[in-house]
Design a protein around this ligand. Sequence first.
Ligand SMILES: [Zn+2]
Length: 251
Amino acid sequence: MKSEQQLNSLALETRRMWGEDGYSPIDIFAIVNGLRDMKITVLKYPLSERISGMCSKVDDDFVICINSSTSYGRQRFTLAHEFYHILYEDIEGQVICNMSMGDDKPDSEREADIFASYLLMPYDALYQISKRNHDTWNLESVIHVEQFYQVSHMAILFRLEKDGFINSESASEFREITVSRFAALLGYGKELYQPSPENKRYFTTGEYIRKVEELANKGVISNGKKEELLLDGYRADIVYNLDEEEGNLND
Ligand SMILES: [Zn+2]
């Protein structure tokens, strides 16, 4: 199993590859959807509550499936986790990933969790914050940091405990609260703690959509087939041109 230092270093290397520094929050969905040198399709789908996500590989095409019933913060973590499997492991067929974040998982799963955590929040970023806080963490500072890095409450607590910034008693105490309520009182919205909205529970982005468009443009598939394939990818919004209805603006 790779050490935490190695995984943090790999996470920083990945950030550099994307032109990101080691301290800022990153928009992982925008980055992965925009990676044109890799053929990655991201599918949001309401999977069973035990599963956070899955990924599969066929030739050099990758599909990452994210459980859209989990919170937005957790979905970002899952995307980073799945990205580890497809970028740094030689996966065969399908990998199904468990919701739990503990040490009782196979090495590959633990590595992907640790990588995801460091990718979204590099070690030194949290270390510097902790130093500025005089190494005192309370519920308020935990929520400020999870909001800044857009990660779930469980993901930040797991990490703070693992890196020794908080002890297990504080972690369990902070885990018990209804975080969205406390976050709201600190002036934040609740989106980080909510699942995908109803009209985005089933949704495909990335390579699949680009490929359908390309095949239709080249005349390889008919317009009817293109529409059928887009509907298979839960993109009725493209087929029926719902931009106006959805209130999309260019401003
Ligand atoms: Zn996994």
